[in-house]
Design a binder for this molecule. Structure first.
Ligand SMILES: [Cu+2]
Length: 165
């Protein structure tokens, strides 16, 4: 009788300990999921402006891996596409910007994005003053990328860093 009640007590204790452990770990998990810092938005919208001064108003863009990224490029200037065209091109890692810019410069017929260029992950249209273009894509693998405007001579000033975290 004494043995049995001791066993029952141990069993009860073990059950309680186990049960509270489970509750604790579940509680922690729920807390993590609900914490705002851990919530990754499925989509992110970014607006970049560039005018006749040949500059992007953003030098850095940060997104999360797998996020749907919406980039809107606004040409806030007045000059025509032929004189002061802008685009936004995201380049693959390891691309030498100056080398690619030299290659892109010769691709006037395709708005300075060489046909089938493997250096470009994604790009907007080439636009002139007052125009806008929006593109949507899934953020590539975590890492540091560069973006430029491929219009001849622009990438020296029109460039920035694209972080995928
Ligand atoms: Cu440009």
């Amino acid at each position: 009788m004494k043995k049995l009640s001791l066993f029952a007590l141990v069993a009860l204790f073990a059950f309680t300990a186990c049960n509270s452990n489970t509750e604790k770990s579940e509680g922690t998990e729920t807390l993590t999921q609900e914490s705002p810092a851990e919530v990754v938005a499925k989509e992110v919208s970014i607006t970049i402006n560039a005018g006749d001064d040949m500059k992007f108003d953003l030098a850095e863009i940060k997104v999360k891996e797998g996020q749907t990224v919406k980039i809107t490029l606004n040409h806030t200037g007045k000059l025509a596409k032929e004189a002061m065209g802008h685009n936004w091109a995201l380049l693959t890692q390891g691309t030498i910007v100056s080398d690619f810019a030299a290659k892109a410069m010769q691709a006037k017929d395709t708005d300075y994005i060489p046909a089938g260029a493997t250096e470009v992950i994604v790009h907007t249209k080439l636009i002139g003053g007052g125009q806008t273009d929006t593109i949507e894509f899934v953020a590539p693998a975590k890492g540091v990328y560069e973006f430029i405007c491929t219009f001849p001579g622009h990438s020296a000033l029109m460039k920035g860093t694209f972080y995928v975290e």
